[in-house]
Ligand binder design. Structure first.
Ligand code: HEM
Length: 146
């Protein structure tokens, strides 16, 4: 189970679904880390940067579930894991989304084998760019487990 959790979290980290989160705006003049930000400034969060930050992850640039496992193989969630953003406007559906990701993934993996077709070549991980990042269409062989 810790490994499944680590894989799901690593997929979310690398998938980087909402790279710029949702834009916000300062409601009053604000000081942040020495910067003066006037009222009415549009604030764009760079979640991509946090999710790949060197020094925050054991393997910042590679897909590796070890990013979420300690030496004993237990699941750990580093502070820099914030695909749902952070602060008072953090995703309201985070709890539901995390529960669903776990339940859907384990149910599907228990019932089916997912096989990359031999003639499909290497997977193309280049995302389809938009407000959200999504995967390119692909074919997958799905086999009922006996
Ligand atoms: C993997 C799935 C999801 C991801 C990665 C995600 C990500 C995000 C992000 C990055 C934001 C912007 C937070 C900000 O403004 O700083 C957001 C906002 C929001 N999300 Fe999600 N979300 C997911 C699923 C869901 C689900 C399932 C629901 C509802 C059932 C939901 C409801 C909301 C709502 C209502 C907001 C606006 C919160 C606010 O402005 O106060 N999200 N989400």
């Amino acid at each position: 189970m810790p490994y499944v959790q680590a894989v799901i979290h690593e997929i979310q980290r690398i998938a980087n679904t909402a790279p710029l989160s949702v834009f916000h705006c300062t409601t009053k003049d604000t000081e942040l880390m020495g910067y003066s930000i006037p009222k009415g400034t549009v604030i764009i969060q760079n979640l991509t940067s946090v999710l790949r930050e060197e020094g925050q992850w054991k393997f910042p640039h590679d897909f590796n579930p070890e990013n979420f496992l300690d030496k004993q193989g237990d699941f750990v969630k580093p502070e820099a894991f914030m695909p749902f953003s952070a602060g008072p406007r953090v995703c309201l559906g985070e709890g539901l989304a995390r529960m669903e990701l776990f339940l859907f993934t384990v149910t599907l993996l228990k019932k089916f084998k997912f096989i990359w077709p031999e003639d499909a070549g290497k997977p193309d991980f280049t995302p389809v760019y938009g407000v959200m990042l999504s995967p390119k269409p692909y074919n997958m062989k799905v086999q009922l487990r006996s």
